[in-house]
Design a protein around this ligand. Sequence first.
Ligand code: HEM
Length: 479
Amino acid sequence: ATTPRDAAANQLLQFSKEHEGKIESTTTTFGTGVPEKDASMTVGYHGPILLQDWVLIDELSHFSRERIPERVVHAKGAGAFGYFIVTNDITQYTAASVFSEVNKKTSIAVRFSQVAGEMGYPDTYRDVRGFAIKFYAEDGIWDLVGNNLPVFFVKDCALFPSFIHAVKRNPKTHLRPDYDMFWDFITLREETTHTTMMMFSDRGIPANYRQMHGYGVNTFVLVNAKKQVHYCKFHYITNQGIDYLTSDDAQKIGGVDPDYHIRDLYNAIETKNFPSWNFYIQIMTPEQAGKYRFDPFDDSKVWLHADFPLIPVGKLVLNKNPKNYFAEVEQIAFDPAHLIPGIEPSFDRMIQGRLFNYGDTHRYRLGANSGQLAINSPPDYTATPETGPSAHPSVSITGPIERTDSGNDDNFTQSRLLYRNVLKPEERGRLIQNIVSWLKPTNSVLQQRAIDLFSKVDESLGQKIRETLNESLTQHVVL
Ligand code: HEM
C-alpha cells in the first residue's frame, strides 16, 4: 500500500530539490565551517575528548538549551504570515495607522492554538482555540490576541488562574482532563455558562484552523484624530465557511494524527489555497454604553448584532508558512499591551489583567529582550514614529477602592438566547450529547449541580441533559 504524500510530508524532498547542486557546509552557531560533524576530537581512538573541541561544546551546549518553557496556556499551536488590507474607511473612529486609508496593507503574523493542552496535545480535542494576530504597523507592533469564541468563561482576571487550573492536570494524579475539577469550577461560577455552552456546541471542535471565526473578545477603546472615544469589539469572519468535527470523528483523527490542524494549515498555504478572514468592528458610544442592558465590559457576554451591527473594515490573508518554527512561532510573543496610538484598553476587568500577564510571561519564557527577537520587532527597529502616546484621551475616574465580585450579573439571558434562538434543533441535540459525554465521568453531586445550572438557562435543557445522562449511566457504573 502507498502512503498519500501531501505538501507537508514532501517538505524534505522539496528542500533537497531546491538545493540540488548547491554545496552548503555545516557551520557552528557563530558561522565557521565544520569539516567533521560526525566525530568528537579525542586523544587517540580510545582517548578522552578535549576541552578545546569547541565545535562539540557549541553543539552540546546549544542542544541543552534548545527548548524554552512552553506557554502556560495555548502551548500547542500553528503559525503563518500574510497581510491585512483595509477595505472600508473607519478613520471616524480611530487614528490607528493600520486603518489610515482604504487599500493600505500591513504585514501580519498569526498564531492559532489550543488553550489547555500541552505542546503534544491532539489538535482535535474539545477546547477553545486561540487566534492571535500581530500587526507590524509603521508606528509599532499591535497585537490582537483573540479566540475563536466571542466570549470568555470568566470576566475578572483574578479568576483566570483558577479557571485554567481546573482544566489543566490534577496536581495529585497528573491526569487530564479531571472532570470533577472542571465541573466544580463551572457550576460554582455561573458566568461560565455562556462560554461553556459554546464550547460544547459544534464550535468546540473546529474542522481546522481555517474554518473558524476569530474575536478580540475583550472591549477596546478606539480614539480618533479629534481624541473622541468609542468602545469597540473586533471580529474576524472566515471566508472558508465555518465547519466542525463531530466528537467521534475528532477522537479518531486525534488518535491517528495529533497534528491534524497544523498539517491542514501548512498544506493549504503550501498549495496556494490561502485562507482569509473578513475583519469587522462593533462600535458603541460611551452614552450607549451607559444605557446598554448588558455590561459592555463583561467578556462573558456579546454585544448583540441586532443592537450593534458588524461594520466592515478589511481582510486578513495568510499566504506564507514559517521557515523556522522555533524562531518564528515558538518565540513569537503576543501581548494585549502591545497597542498603537488610536487603540486603547477599556475597563473590562479581563483586558486589564491581560495587560500585565503576557509581558510578564514573556520575561520568563523568552527573557527581558523578547521584543528584540526578529519576529517580535517592529519593521524598522530604529525608526522614530511621528505619532506617539499623545493620542491618549484624558479620562477622570473616582470611586471607592474595593473588591466586588462581578459574577452574579445576569448570567443566563444570553445563554438562553443561544440555546433557543441561535442553535438549530440538530445543533441543540449535539450540544446535549457533548455536555453529557463530559458529565458522565464526573461524580453525582457535580452532575446534579450541572443539571441545576443548565436548567436555569432553560428548564427543558436541564431536563434533556438529565434524561440523556440517565440513559447513558445505565450502561456504566459511576461512583
Ligand atoms: C496566551 C494569560 C485571557 C487569548 C496567554 C498566555 C498567558 C495568558 C500568560 C501565554 C502567553 C505566552 O506565553 O506568550 C491570560 C490572562 C487572561 C487571559 C491572565 C485573563 C485575565 C484571554 C482571553 C483570550 C486569550 C480572554 C481571548 C481573547 C490568548 C491567546 C494566547 C494566550 C490567543 C496565545 C497567544 C499565542 O499564540 O502565543 N494568555 N489570558 N486569553 N491567550 Fe490569554
